[in-house]
Design a protein around this ligand. Structure first.
Ligand code: GCO
Length: 446
């Protein structure tokens, strides 16, 4: 495999999220989140997995740090769950939980890895959901309070922060179609959750900066939308899907305004005076999590939605059945930065793939993952050649973990995890990424 051309000065990272790796769901006073409620519901998770013990990372923090140090990454993106800090979503901070994350942060710093915490990777406290969750504007100030508590403890030594992970998935699949927690099926009735998440991000960002953070961003899941055909109906459907998956999230942040939703017959966002100014001036970087393009056609039959999502023809698939099309990442980045010439630098907050791999501890020769990552890094380099400012690239994931409603069926890791024994075994992709980082650094210095 040929080495991709590397944009000069690119930072290299890898990511996890707490619910997917930690286990220890009741340790140290952790409260319940919408994901505890989801996994405890019979039949909700495909293989009956409960995220317990997952990778046992709450207890094996030192092992994780060792793996990261061996990889030589610049940064480690992990999440700090709201329900560990404020078990019910309000009230005083749980200092034992803060101690835990402080220890993780200090351990990373001691090994030369920048901690890059995410404040919200989907663990909404159940009590907050019961009070309306992201449909309610009150959740904004609850989240800002929590952010301030974490910032107070850690922002003196952590500079990079992600506020909210993949607001699009929470809106579309959490509140829209019900595939993810909190499993509401409100279709476009879910749209107010966009505004409340973006506003919560903006308030949290202010709290983080007040406590000393210097590099604050949000990361969303984005997809390059491919119209299935050239008909007016397909183009209109693709435009509608692009609005609700991509632009309704990116434009308030990057242009200070929502796209025209009323033209699609959708209700306006619950915006109050001053909200858009705050949201539009909240970023040091913009995170793009990218996995695949989406092919969109005009709705057929009696679909309640104005589009149909189709398989993307003519491309290979990951183990999840996701189409592999690296040039879609390049095109997405180029389109986004052409539309927003003054946007902050882009961080690829997640990129990766799952492939079928054995469950028992074994050294995996994952050439398919190496090819996937290599091609996507090349796509980032091509986008950079076309003037896109990309600051950092992050592999999802450091290790195999609990893939939400898909349980343990999808392995995304650079490190294999045997979920029976807990044994962790670096895959071939781990060595490949380590070497790529080392060579990129040597080139940059040379
Ligand atoms: C996210 C993602 C991750 C997934 C990954 C693979 O919220 O950032 O959903 O948690 O594990 O995207 O699907």
């Amino acid at each position: 495999l040929s080495a991709p051309r590397i944009p000069a000065g690119l930072r290299w990272s890898t990511a996890t999220s707490a619910f997917q790796i930690e286990g220890s769901r009741t340790a140290d006073g952790r409260g319940r989140s919408i994901w505890d409620d989801f996994v405890d519901r019979q039949g909700a998770v495909i293989d009956g997995g409960t995220a317990e013990p997952a990778c046992d990372s709450y207890r094996r923090t030192d092992d994780d740090i060792e793996l990261l140090a061996g990889l030589g990454v610049d940064g480690y993106r992990f999440s700090i769950p709201w329900v560990r800090i404020q078990p019910g979503g309000s009230g005083p901070a749980n200092s034992v939980a803060l101690d835990h994350y402080e220890k993780l942060v200090d351990g990373l710093l001691a090994r030369g890895v920048d901690p890059e915490p995410t404040l919200y990777h989907w663990e909404l406290p159940s009590e907050i959901e019961a009070a309306g969750g992201w449909l309610s504007r009150d959740t904004v100030s609850r989240f800002a309070d929590y952010a301030a508590m974490v910032a107070d403890r850690l922002a003196d030594r952590v500079s990079t922060w992600y506020t909210i992970n993949e607001a699009a998935m929470t809106t579309l699949q959490g509140y829209g179609t019900g595939e993810l927690a909190p499993a509401k099926q409100l279709l476009f009735g879910a749209l107010p959750t966009v505004h409340h998440q973006l506003l919560a991000h903006a308030h949290a960002a202010a709290a983080l900066r007040a406590a000393g953070a210097t590099r604050v961003g949000i990361t969303n899941n984005h997809t390059q939308v491919l119209p299935a055909g050239g008909s007016d109906a397909d183009l209109a459907a693709a435009h509608a899907y692009d609005l609700v998956h991509n632009r309704v999230f990116s434009e308030p942040l990057l242009a200070g305004a929502y796209p025209d939703l009323e033209a699609l017959g959708l209700p306006p966002m619950p915006v109050q005076d001053g909200d858009l100014e705050l949201i539009g001036d909240s970023l040091d970087f913009y995170g793009v999590n990218f996995y695949n393009p989406t092919t969109v056609a005009a709705a057929s039959g009696d679909s309640p939605l104005p589009f149909d999502l189709l398989p993307t023809p003519g491309v290979p698939l990951t183990g999840f059945g996701w189409p592999i099309m690296p040039e879609a990442l390049r095109d997405f980045l180029v389109d986004l930065s052409e539309r927003h010439p003054n946007m902050p630098p882009i961080v690829i907050g997640e990129n990766g793939a799952s492939f079928p791999e054995p469950g028992h501890a074994v050294r995996v020769q994952d050439d398919d993952r190496i090819a996937f990552l290599s091609a996507h890094i090349r796509a980032v380099a091509e986008a950079a050649d076309q003037g896109v400012r990309v600051e950092e690239y992050t592999v999802w994931s450091l290790m195999d973990n609990f893939e939400w409603a898909d349980g343990y069926t999808q392995r995304f890791g650079l490190v294999h995890v045997d979920f029976e024994s807990g044994i962790r075994t670096p895959k071939a992709s781990y060595d490949w990424y380590r070497d790529l980082i080392r060579d990129a650094r040597t080139d940059a210095e040379g």
